[in-house]
Design a protein around this ligand. Structure first.
Ligand code: ARG
Length: 457
């Protein structure tokens, strides 16, 4: 049986079935149900307090909404597509439950301020959840850094061995990045945490609403100053998606490193069995699927950002139905980002670095810069030193030899300035610890960073 539309008064024909199907949003915006009810309860209470509707009617409405909330929580609520969206489903159920009085709830309110109120409440909560998850990830990185101060490894540029670093330095680098992600979400919260309720359809409301009261009950920090802005703008939400996109980009980079490090060719790390999966055909395989999926899921989040940017482009003031399309991309981005942060945290917690292999790869030609700097310290201009060491590298490579195999006599052939102490440079730990500048990889600097994060995470 077709449901009577709440807005059916001016229509003489019933809605085309295609239109009903095409325009409905309840199949996805029911995700906002509990936030919508919170908004409605606050609104009803305020209507009663302001005597815009009788207090006892407000109480009946609130009781009815609370019952509906229970039904939704228990999965008993019947959602109906004919009723279009989450708001009208709940309002209709309220009227069925408490009779015509339920129809007073929508006094001084429009779905245009209602929907964005629920959406902001949802996003505020989810942003706080994401901030907490990022904290867990940062803690896992800090712990891994503490465990790996005494492991030296080669750092790469162009995916070519560049210079030795302490593995802790690597984890601390990602700690910095995820910390900035967290800061961005916190900053964005200031702009999400603003209440649009009371803006009506677009121009404000001709009943004496008390917006302070509803804001207080709903826990919003501020009230939106301009009703057109409140109902039409989505920039704070786009900003959330931009932040989510940047965070996913950072997650994809660390995923990629760990995927490479986990390969047989690198063998820098071992991923725990419980976080990897097997192949249905190749029995030897232990695949880093969680990392690959984090890397792959970035596309969904960038896609969400692009979707919202495109939806608002050229959109005339104020609310347009286009804005109904703002929800699914955000729901998907929230789910994807939370899952990706959780997955990465588990991986970092259980990751086992292979010290001997990393250490071995940190030596050799990764130490070439340091050999050049040895000559620089003896007065050779850097460019000339670079050239001399380049010749040494060429000489050894042509004989298939590693840098460690060079003798002092051979070094002297390239420059008489090389002395016994030049051989120290063949130790990657010595070389790493020479990089003592602020932010550098020397052990003392790493320990300072760890100290900083212990106090500031
Ligand atoms: N479902 C709609 C949305 O998500 C609610 C607002 C509809 N407003 C309207 N005037 N049709 O945007």
């Amino acid at each position: 049986m077709a449901e009577k539309k709440l807005w059916g008064g001016r229509f003489s024909e019933s809605t085309d079935a295609f239109v009903e199907e095409f325009t409905e949003s309840v199949s996805f915006d029911k995700e906002l149900a509990l936030y919508d009810i919170a908004g409605s309860i606050a609104h009803a209470r305020m209507l009663g307090n302001q005597e815009i509707i009788p207090k006892e009617d407000a109480e009946k409405i609130i009781k009815g909404l609370e019952k509906i909330r229970e039904e939704i929580k228990q999965g008993k609520f019947q959602w109906k597509k004919e009723l279009e969206d989450v708001h009208m489903n709940i309002e209709k159920a309220l009227i069925e439950k408490i009779g015509d009085i339920g129809g007073k709830l929508h006094t001084g309110r429009s779905r245009n301020d209602q929907v964005i109120t629920a959406f902001r409440l949802y996003l505020k909560e989810e942003t706080n959840n994401i901030i907490n998850l990022l904290r867990q990830l940062k803690k896992a990185l800090l712990k891994k850094a503490e465990e790996t101060v005494d492991i030296v490894m080669p750092a790469y540029t162009h995916l070519q061995r560049a210079q030795p670093i302490r593995l802790a330095h690597y984890f601390l680098a990602y700690l910095e990045m995820f910390n900035r992600d967290e800061e961005r979400f916190k900053d964005n919260l200031k702009r999400i945490d603003q209440m649009p309720l009371g803006s009506g359809a677009l121009a404000g409301v001709d009943f004496p609403l008390d917006r302070e009261q509803t804001a207080k009950e709903l826990g919003f920090s501020t009230i939106m100053r301009n009703s057109l802005d409140a109902t039409a703008s989505r920039d704070a939400i786009i900003e959330f998606l931009a932040n989510a996109s940047i965070c996913m980009a950072n997650l994809s980079r660390i995923s990629e490193d760990l995927i490479i490090w986990n390969s047989a060719e690198f063998s820098f790390v071992e991923l725990p069995d419980k976080l990897t999966t097997g192949s249905s055909i190749m029995p030897q395989k232990k695949n880093p699927d969680v990392l690959e999926l984090i890397r792959g899921k970035v596309g969904r989040v960038y896609g969400s950002l692009m979707a919202l940017l495109t939806i608002v482009k050229g959109l005339p003031m104020a609310y347009n139905r286009d804005l109904q399309e703002d929800k699914e991309p955000v729901f998907d981005a929230v789910k994807t980002l939370k899952g990706s942060i959780i997955g990465m945290t588990k991986i970092i917690e259980d990751l086992k670095p292979r010290k001997e292999i990393m250490e071995k790869s940190a030596g050799g030609f990764a130490l070439a810069t340091d050999l050049a700097n040895y000559l620089v310290r003896k007065g050779v201009p850097f460019r000339n030193a670079h050239h001399i060491v380049g010749q040494i590298v060429g000489y050894l490579t042509s004989q298939n030899r590693e840098l460690e195999s060079i003798t002092l006599e051979e070094l002297k052939k390239f420059s008489p300035l090389f002395e016994e102490d030049a051989l120290q440079i063949l130790d990657p730990y010595f070389v790493a610890d020479a990089r003592k500048t602020y932010g550098g990889t020397a052990k003392e600097r790493i320990l300072e960073q760890i100290q900083f994060w212990k106090q500031n995470i």
